[in-house]
Ligand binder design. Structure first.
Ligand SMILES: Cc1ncc(COP(=O)(O)O)c(C=O)c1O
Length: 504
């Protein structure tokens, strides 16, 4: 979970600091130096404000799966450098040190892999896919999909289109109408820089700071970051629990409800048709709440079973049911192409916000993407589905054979497995220590708490199956190795390396 840390926060606990540390140990050097160096940087950038009390050595050692000595030596190094001080009975605190005044936000640790350099051999945290070959070919040779007049139409234009390149708005509207049963006109579509920006714009326009926003718990961590940045109050509900949603709507009067009904991230579950109908009915009863159906993963079934209709297909004219989507998981994330489907009035509001944010996504790219959607969509989707199924098969087979104690509900689609680690199901069970141990073996996995609305610890990890099958198999072997060192059972994470000798 994203927790802004400011000077009023007197202490930080082990798991919260572990989130901030990111992949601190995925580099060369003694562990205590890597740890001290990372804490020092967080202090320099005022992410850890002056006066903040660091976790007790024993707690941080357990969370990071290192020896207590490693933490003690790291804290000593910080003291030697004047960045921390320790007093009898009050622990170790960050000292005033070249801080900036406005450390109000940090990215969800989920983004660490993209924001920092780290030496991880197998990154299973980010569900990013390689470019589909059809897309790569079109990017290499735009004339293969865009005629010469179409290309010069783009280059002769001024290039600023906050609503989106007109042909792409039309292509997305056609896609929603013909493939997903959501009757849509081009005027109801806003092109965005990925689904991430789509949700960001929506929240900024539809929710005020302090207002409640409902999200499934667990959910897509990037959405939690957006809610946090906008100062909203995220309220969790178990995926698919309509009774709970009705209760939350009554109690919290949320500004928005963010749902991923089709191939939910991270669980891969699909909300059944009747539940969708009930939610569409709730949208009628609560017109002040914007109901968001995130269809980013909706074209990625892992079987041939047909998913039920999206929310907007059930109530196409209900103004508070909004659809967002993206080509990032099917075509390629590097296109950064997403969209919002909403009534024209909301689209106008969102376009104004988009103009303020970036004046529009790149026009040339959008022209290429519109041609790809019109000419190659079917082919690309078919290719990507096989691609995803082969990867899921490889990872699930390797987990079954190497980590037989791990359990998960078979995902019906998407790109992630939400796996439950074995061990005691206690309230304090937390997969962070396991994730740290795995990191030391070169595998990055997402501890479940980063996908949780209230940051509650849980015995879950999210595993993205987007690496090549042989790498997924190798990663499962390394995870089994971490598990066999006791990292997979809770309450007793063992230290892997001593402070002085722990060299990567
Ligand atoms: C459910 C969901 N929504 C949104 C996004 C962000 O997508 P994009 O890369 O298009 O911004 C993701 C990416 O993983 C996702 O899984």
């Amino acid at each position: 979970m994203t927790v802004p840390i400011n000077a009023e926060v007197a202490r930080i606990d082990g798991p919260a600091l572990a989130d901030l540390l990111g992949r601190w140990s995925a580099a060369d050097g003694p562990l205590y130096r890597l740890l001290a160096g990372r804490i020092a940087r967080l202090t320099d950038t005022a992410v850890l404000p002056a006066g903040l009390r660091l976790p007790p050595e024993r707690d941080l050692a357990a969370t990071l799966s290192v020896s207590r000595n490693t933490v003690a030596m790291a804290y000593q190094l910080l003291r030697d450098d004047g960045m921390a001080e320790s007093r009898q009975g009050s622990g170790t605190r960050v000292t005033p040190h070249r801080t900036t005044p406005a450390a109000v936000h940090r990215a969800n640790a989920f983004f660490t892999g993209m924001l920092e350099q780290s030496a991880v051999s197998h990154d299973l945290t980010i569900a990013a896919v390689e470019c589909a070959p059809q897309v790569a070919a079109a990017l290499a040779d735009p004339s293969s999909v865009l005629s010469s007049p179409e290309r010069s139409q783009v280059t002769r234009s001024l290039g600023y289109y906050p609503y989106g390149w007109p042909a792409l708005r039309g292509a997305i509207a056609d896609l929603l109408t013909s493939r997903h049963g959501i009757p849509t006109s081009a005027e109801q579509v806003l092109v965005t820089t990925g689904a991430q920006q789509a949700f960001d714009l929506l929240i900024r326009c539809e929710a005020l700071p302090g207002q409640a926003v409902v999200a499934e718990d667990p959910t897509f961590p990037g959405a939690l970051d957006i809610l946090q940045r906008a100062g909203t109050r995220p309220v969790g509900m178990p995926p698919g629990d309509v009774a709970r949603l009705a209760h939350v709507l009554r109690l919290h009067a949320p500004a928005a409800v963010y749902l991923i009904p089709t191939y939910q991230n991270p669980t891969g579950l699909t909300m059944p048709g009747p539940a969708r109908q009930e939610i569409a009915d709730l949208a009628g009863r609560y017109p002040d709440a914007t109901f968001v159906d995130d269809m980013t993963l909706a074209e990625l079934p892992l079987s041939d079973a047909q998913a039920p209709a999206p929310l907007a297909a059930l109530v196409p004219t209900r103004p508070n049911v909004v659809t967002i989507g993206s080509l990032s998981k099917t075509y390629w994330g590097g296109l950064r192409t997403g969209w919002i489907r909403a009534p024209e009035g909301i689209i106008a509001r969102l376009a104004a916000a988009k103009a303020a944010a970036d004046l529009g996504s790149p026009a040339h790219h959008q022209a290429m993407v519109s041609a790809l959607i019109s000419q190659r969509h079917e082919e690309i989707i078919k290719w990507r589905r096989e691609w995803a199924r082969a990867r899921y098969a490889a990872l699930s087979a390797a987990l079954h054979s190497r980590l037989s104690g791990w359990t998960w509900t078979e995902p019906s689609g998407g790109l992630t497995i939400w796996a439950q680690l074995p061990g005691e199901m206690t309230a304090n069970a937390d997969s962070s220590a396991f994730a740290q141990g795995a990191l030391r073996r070169g595998v990055a996995v997402l501890p479940g708490r980063l996908a949780s609305v209230d940051g509650h610890a849980g015995p879950y990890v999210r595993l993205a199956f987007t690496r090549p099958p042989d790498q997924l198999t190798a990663a499962a072997g390394l995870l089994a190795d971490a598990d066999s060192h006791g990292m997979g059972s809770f309450g007793g994470a063992q230290a892997l390396k001593s402070g002085s000798g722990g060299v990567k």
